[in-house]
Write a protein that binds this ligand. Structure first.
Ligand code: NIG
Ligand code: FE
Length: 413
């Protein structure tokens, strides 16, 4: 089955090889103006300038779709989400507006422990239905590949239940999903004074089952003051690595913790958040293979300082941007908002933000071979925009829905 898409005003992020972008390269977004694109069996098969559209495509065996001047981009690659959760937490949001601190909210039973309590009471079926509905919404907003974490179970049963829900999602989802094990999200109440006990539980009760059932691709730890210390993070990541889980860690969100340096030392695929960075953290990330994943909507929602994207780009760090979709710090998985906010508040150029949300996001999930750019052999997971005057209009017109259609594996959704 071949599909020829004609009259694309601009075909964006067209590439012939997969390169993790850093420094000045991040601002280079190769595009073809007035383009065609051919899709075969759900994969990108050919593309080029309309005037070069060869006669081989003028036979009756190809279906033609006239894009009528739409701009076409590779779908967003959202490399950091907590999509599986039982209930929203808008009452904490109102508490914060009323002046309560994070600690006071936690004392009232709020925060991650609140989500864990709700999740442990919910059935696998309920969690799956909720997550599937969220995922379908995100696909309609242009997300074409996603990473999903556990971390709201904090018990053996709860963590495994979350990972099994992610596994079910992988089976029914049209878009690729990567699973990350995040039992080290916070210490559950029963282990507040017994950190070693919880780490033992992770190492000896959870990881063996995860390995047996092949339930995760990555291991994550919330490395932060009051959560998991540097030695604790290291121990948990090394245990994960020993069964093949590559670290992708929450680092330097609330404080300069050394989490970034540790991530680089451990060969983490990414270190995520990075609101609180000092020179050492930036230097360690610079030209390393570890990707710095910036989560601007979490900084926005928590009224935190934004990530120093310009400093990171200038220092040669490879950066991606992601939604951090979760009920506590970023109750939105809309990558269009993430792209806008990265330009408006992090001062990323539109080209940089689009690259960070597509090809570098794909790298941050180990999915660069199948998504993240317009390249022969990659999945035809695409965004078709409404008529727009230029590419910069996408982040500029924040909050507007500029998506006309989305395509997943060559099929309009
Ligand atoms: O990425 N920082 C740690 N975890 C989440 C928030 C979790 C929550 O509040 O439920 C984050 O922001
Ligand atoms: Fe997160």
């Amino acid at each position: 089955m071949k599909l020829l898409i004609t009259n694309i005003h601009q075909l964006v992020n067209v590439r012939t090889e997969n390169v993790l972008l850093r420094g000045a390269l991040l601002a280079e977004l190769p595009s073809i103006v007035n383009a065609y694109l051919v899709i075969e069996n759900g994969l990108i098969n050919d593309f080029g300038e309309m005037h070069l559209l060869s006669l081989k495509y003028t036979n009756s065996e190809i279906t033609v779709y006239d894009a009528k001047g739409a701009t076409v981009l590779p779908s967003w690659c959202d490399s950091h989400t907590h999509l599986v959760f039982a209930e929203s937490r808008e009452s904490e949001f109102v508490d914060k507006i009323n002046g309560l601190s994070y600690a006071e909210i936690a004392e009232k039973g709020g925060g991650i422990l609140n989500s864990a309590d709700k999740l442990n009471k919910a059935s696998e079926k309920t969690l799956l239905d909720l997550a599937w509905n969220r995922l379908k919404d995100l696909i309609s907003l242009g997300t074409g590949a996603i990473e999903i974490k556990s971390g709201y179970g904090l018990t053996v049963e709860g963590e495994l239940k979350m990972l099994r829900v992610i596994k079910q999602l992988q089976k029914i989802s049209p878009i690729p999903i990567k699973a990350t094990f995040l039992a080290a999200h916070t210490y559950p109440l029963a282990f507040k004074q017994n950190h070693l006990g919880y780490i033992d539980l992770i190492k000896h009760e959870m990881l063996p089952i995860i390995e047996n059932e092949n339930l995760a691709d990555y291991i994550d730890v919330f490395c932060e003051e009051g959560f998991f210390s540097i030695p604790e993070t290291k121990e948990i990541c090394l245990a994960g690595k020993s069964i093949g889980l590559i670290p992708k860690i929450h680092a330097n969100q609330l404080s300069v913790s050394g989490g970034v340096e540790l991530g680089v030392e451990l060969g983490a695929l990414s270190v995520d958040h990075l609101e609180s960075m000092d020179e050492n953290a930036i230097q360690s990330l610079s030209y390393s293979d570890t990707i710095g994943t910036l989560l601007p909507t979490a900084a926005f929602f928590l009224r935190m300082p934004y990530q120093p994207a310009r400093d990171l780009i200038e220092a040669g760090c490879a950066i991606a941007i992601a939604s951090d979709y979760n009920p506590g710090s970023s109750p939105s998985g809309n990558m269009n908002t993430v792209v806008s906010m990265s330009c408006i508040q992090l001062k990323m150029l539109p080209e940089e933000a689009i690259n960070a949300a597509t090809i570098n996001g794909a790298f941050a999930m180990g999915l660069e071979e199948c998504v993240g750019s317009i390249m022969k052999g990659k999945l035809a997971n695409l965004i078709f925009t409404k008529p727009i005057p230029s590419l910069a209009y996408i982040p500029y017109a924040f909050g507007s829905n500029l998506i006309d259609k989305v395509m997943v594996k060559g099929v309009f959704q």
